[in-house]
Design a protein around this ligand. Structure first.
Ligand code: TMP
Ligand code: ASP
Length: 257
C-alpha cells in the first residue's frame, strides 16, 4: 500500500494535469502533457438549431468517436491528412493541436435540410454535381452561409486555402460516398471542419459522424424510415439511438469484412 502511494505521487508531480481547454456542444477538449496533442472527449449531449433544441442521445459520444476514428484512419491511408492520432477510449480521441479555421465546409450530393428550406428544391433532388458551401462558424451569428466575396471580406482564409478546402472537401466526398455506399447508406450531405497545424498545413479536423452527415438507408424508401442520422433528433422522428447504433454496426461490419 505504501509503495503504491509513493508511485502515484511521483507520477502526479512529473506530469502536467490535463486542463479543460474548451467545451463545445458535442465535445470537450483537454490539454495533454504534450502541447502539440489535445484530447477530444465526445459527449452524449445533442443540440440542434443553434442549441435551441437540446437533448441526450445515449451512447452517441462513443459511437461518433468510434466512427470518426475509423474514418480518419481510412482517410489518412487514402492521403487525406487529418488531426487523428489515436483513440485511448471509445469516447476519446487524441488529436494534433490545430488552429481551427472558422468555417463549416458543407458538401451536398442530394437536396435536404437548409438547401431545401432556402431554395425551394424538393427534398431528395439529386444534384448534378456536388455543391460545396462555406458557413461562418460563429454561434452568435447563427453560422451564416457565406458568399465567396464575404469570405474574402472577412479574410477567413486565403484564396489558396479556399481552393484547397474545396479540393479537399470534394476528395473527402468521393471517399465517403464510396464508403457509405459499401455500408448500404446514401451520403446526402455532410459538414467538415479544418485546422492549421504549426506549419500552416491544412488538416481535416473535428468529426465525421451521424451528427455531421445526412445518411439514408438504401434499403428504405420511406422518407422518415430511411433517416439514420441526427435528423431523427432534429425532426423528432424517434429511434435516434437505434439509428446511431445501426450506423456503427454497419461501419464495423464493413471494416471486419
Ligand atoms: P444543413 O442542411 O442544416 O445546412 O446541414 C448540412 C449538413 O451539415 C448536414 O449533414 C448536417 C451538417 N451540420 C452540422 O454538422 N452542424 C451544424 O451545425 C449544421 C447546421 C449542419
Ligand atoms: N449542431 C448544431 C447546433 O446545435 C446544429 C445541428 O447540428 O443541426 O446548433
Amino acid at each position: 500500500m505504501k509503495l503504491k502511494t509513493i508511485a502515484l505521487t511521483t507520477v502526479s508531480t512529473n506530469m502536467t494535469p490535463a486542463q479543460k481547454l474548451y467545451e463545445g456542444k458535442a465535445k470537450i477538449i483537454y490539454t495533454t502533457e504534450d502541447p502539440d496533442i489535445l484530447l477530444a472527449e465526445f459527449k452524449d449531449d445533442a443540440t440542434a438549431f443553434n442549441a435551441q433544441k437540446r437533448g441526450t442521445i445515449q451512447g452517441k459520444g462513443s459511437i461518433n468517436c468510434t466512427i470518426s476514428s475509423k474514418l480518419f484512419q481510412k482517410l489518412a491511408a487514402d492521403g487525406i491528412k487529418n488531426h487523428f492520432i489515436d483513440s485511448p477510449a471509445s469516447h476519446q480521441m487524441r488529436v494534433k493541436a490545430v488552429k481551427i479555421v472558422p468555417l463549416e465546409v458543407v458538401v451536398r450530393n442530394i437536396a435536404a435540410g437548409s438547401l431545401c428550406k432556402q431554395t425551394g428544391l424538393e427534398l431528395g433532388t439529386i444534384l448534378e454535381k456536388p455543391l460545396v458551401e462555406f458557413y461562418y462558424k460563429d454561434d452568435n451569428l447563427g453560422d451564416p452561409l457565406l458568399t465567396r466575396d464575404r469570405l474574402r471580406l472577412l479574410k477567413l482564409a486565403t484564396e489558396e486555402q479556399v481552393e484547397s478546402l474545396i479540393n479537399l472537401a470534394l476528395q473527402v466526398n468521393n471517399f465517403l460516398q464510396d464508403f457509405w455506399k459499401q455500408c448500404g447508406i446514401t451520403l446526402v450531405d455532410f459538414k467538415l471542419e479544418f485546422g492549421l497545424d504549426s506549419q500552416q498545413q491544412l488538416l481535416l479536423a473535428d468529426e465525421i459522424s451521424p451528427d455531421t452527415c445526412r445518411l439514408w438507408d438504401m434499403a428504405q424508401s420511406d422518407p422518415n424510415q430511411r433517416v439514420m442520422d441526427k435528423d431523427r433528433f432534429r425532426q423528432d422522428l424517434g429511434n435516434v439511438e437505434n439509428a446511431y447504433q445501426a450506423v456503427l454496426q454497419r461501419v464495423l461490419q464493413l471494416l471486419e469484412s
